[in-house]
Design a protein around this ligand. Structure first.
Ligand SMILES: [Zn+2]
Ligand SMILES: [Zn+2]
Ligand SMILES: [Zn+2]
Length: 435
């Protein structure tokens, strides 16, 4: 009998009653072939691999990270609560040392869900990793965490949620935003005033293959993680960099994803995108499971795998080296860059338009970060969308000083302007108010 070197927990939630539409890439069968492949390989008989059932997340888990407009019940389905609950269960099993690592194979995905939620963006409504992470911080105390997003799309939701939080380092590598949804994720998106340098994007050219991904991992991601020293590493494990994925343009492989997880060594992985339902997902997921469990994965290959066809062209290799150098240098000089960017300011404003491609909603948002000497500063969002909502949302951050706490409650009581909804997220006392 095979024995896992690392005890690995698996949580499966294929959400058989949730799909965007019957022919949409984000549909029920997404995990069916994976399930078959895993059982065919006999994963369930490996000593040290344990299956856990998801729990159901509650409203509170969503309100710690999102402002759902008008409220959680109107936006979030039972499937979303179980997807988040699956990830929570996976992380709890690690925190309670029932297993060494865990992998939540859940859907719907979440990394495009930003703080404000009017609807579905990039097939996401709830940010699964963020809701999971804030739940385990609530249960097990403060944690310094790195989230590494290996999905082919920029994890713009996770970036938005942790934009001003130094205790959550977000690293996303993805297909260059000039060539793929959501069109963001550039090198200069580097974090808010209290966390400048702790949001790292590595945009990669279409056609990037195994060589490029592993290069970025070894020359940017791992050195940064070595210096940051997180308590835990979460892999936002999207699999749409695969060469057969129908909605992206990369050349990554199951073997490459396995190697990446082997070297990244995440404590928790959560499935994100990946739309090559038959050709990629079963092999990529198998590779990741074996790698996380510390079992030989060298035999894991797609049936149509052809090494020569997937070889990365030289010009792409050169380009990736240059991007990697720029990103790593910015990380090394982030303190100087922060001074230059924010010197003399007492608040920073960020204005954006956000398009919800799945639901066809256009949001206009203005976000304000107060620069406070005593804490990471009060944060407010004014936002409206073409469905008639006009909201004001206040976040008191976890490390808020007493001034910022008072200011947050005062703004909630006496907001400037007229709004359809006003929200207050008090992360110090874990409270949420809406009116
Ligand atoms: Zn990514
Ligand atoms: Zn994706
Ligand atoms: Zn303060």
């Amino acid at each position: 009998m095979i024995k896992a070197k690392n005890k690995l927990g698996l949580v499966f939630f294929p959400a058989f009653d949730w799909a965007i539409s019957p022919t949409h890439p984000e549909r029920e069968e997404r995990l069916l072939y994976t399930q078959d492949q895993i059982f065919e390989e006999g994963i369930q008989d490996i000593e040290g691999i344990k299956f856990f059932n998801p729990i159901i997340a509650d409203e509170k888990d969503i309100q710690r990270v999102h402002f759902c407009v008008p409220d959680v019940k109107s936006r979030v389905t039972q499937s979303h609560l179980i997807s988040v609950g699956g990830a929570i269960k996976a992380s709890q099993s690690v925190m309670e040392k029932k297993v060494d690592k865990s992998f939540a194979l859940v859907r719907p995905p979440g990394h495009h869900a930003q703080r404000v939620v009017y609807g579905d963006r990039g097939f996401c409504i709830v940010n699964v990793e963020a809701a999971m992470l804030e739940r385990i911080r609530k249960e097990y105390g403060p944690l310094k965490v790195a989230i590494v997003d290996t999905d082919c799309h920029h994890g713009d939701g996770t970036q938005d949620i942790y934009w001003n939080d130094k205790n959550t380092l977000f690293i996303s590598f993805h297909q260059d935003g000039r060539t793929l949804y959501p069109g963001t994720g550039f090198i200069d998106e580097f974090g808010g005033p209290a966390a400048y340098g702790y949001n790292i994007n590595i945009p990669l050219p279409p056609g990037t293959g195994e060589e490029g991904f592993i290069y970025v991992l070894e020359n940017v991601v791992l050195p940064i993680l070595d210096e940051y020293k997180p308590d835990i590493i979460i892999n936002s494990a999207g699999q749409d960099n695969h060469y057969t994925d129908p909605i992206t343009n990369m050349n990554f492989t199951a073997q490459g994803y396995a190697k990446l997880n082997d070297r990244l060594n995440p404590d928790i992985a959560v499935l994100e995108g990946g739309y090559s339902i038959e050709g990629a997902l079963p092999y990529v997921n198998l590779g990741i499971i074996l790698a996380m469990a510390g079992i030989d994965y060298s035999h894991v290959h797609e049936p149509d795998y052809d090494k020569d066809k997937l070889k990365q062209p030289k010009n792409i290799t050169e380009y990736i080296k240059q991007v990697s150098e720029i990103v790593y240098n910015r990380w090394k000089t982030k303190d100087e860059l922060r001074l230059k960017e924010f010197k003399g300011l007492d608040n920073v404003e960020r204005n954006r338009q956000i398009y919800y491609d799945t639901d066809g909603i256009l949001e206009t948002q203005s976000q304000n970060f107060k620069i406070c000497k005593k804490c990471s500063g009060l944060n407010t969002i004014k936002s409206s969308c073409d469905r008639g909502y006009r909201i004001f949302a206040i976040t008191i951050p976890k490390d808020a000083c007493s001034n910022c706490i008072d200011e947050g409650y005062n703004l909630f009581k006496n907001p400037n302007g007229s709004y359809t909804h006003i929200y207050l997220q008090d992360r110090v006392n874990d409270k949420y108010y809406a009116k």
